[in-house]
Design a binder for this molecule. Structure first.
Ligand code: HEC
Length: 137
């Protein structure tokens, strides 16, 4: 599947500039020091994120948001050190969306917050599409 078509299907607006300069990165990125435990925490957290918002559980949603923000800050920093500007921009989009969710939860706008949370899930996928090695290749 082409990266471009996956990109068009999802998450079209936020990372346009970043995606256009995406380079074939898998060959050059050494992920041995990457924090997989953190990624698994993110995976667990993001599963609860939207349900917590929909249930109007502001406290839980904000705790989720903190974990997710930490995660996006980690990826921003990790990829910045390796000069991968596209992944840095993707990470910032993630942080921005999470901040947006928190702001909306604070205003009691739970539907809008849930929509932003879904977009945040797309951010994870966008980065994986480029940088996460696939087993079958
Ligand atoms: C900017 C890039 C980037 C972002 C953003 C990102 N990831 Fe990842 N993720 C990766 C990379 C790269 C790997 C592969 C790491 C490896 O192979 O060691 C990975 C691996 C994973 C894994 C597999 C870990 C394992 O067991 O080996 C999970 C689960 C995961 N990510 C979840 C998430 C979730 C959920 C989000 C969003 C909240 C997210 N990631 C955001 C880059 C990213």
């Amino acid at each position: 599947m082409s990266r471009i078509s996956a990109y068009r299907n999802s998450y079209a607006r936020l990372a346009l500039g970043a995606m256009l300069i995406a380079t074939p990165a898998l060959a050059t990125l050494d992920l041995r020091d990457y924090d997989d435990d953190l990624m698994r925490d993110l995976e667990k957290t993001i599963k609860y994120f939207e349900p917590d918002i929909t249930a109007q559980n502001s406290q839980a949603a904000k705790e989720d948001a903190e974990v997710l923000l930490d995660g996006f800050r980690y990826t921003e920093d990790y990829f910045a050190k390796r000069g991968k500007d596209d992944a840095v921009a993707i990470s910032r989009d993630g942080s921005r969306l999470i901040a947006d969710v928190v702001a909306k939860v604070d205003k009691g706008e739970f539907d809008a917050a849930a929509a932003s949370a879904r977009e945040a899930t797309q951010v994870c996928k966008t980065c994986h599409e480029i940088y996460k090695p696939r087993l079958a290749r």
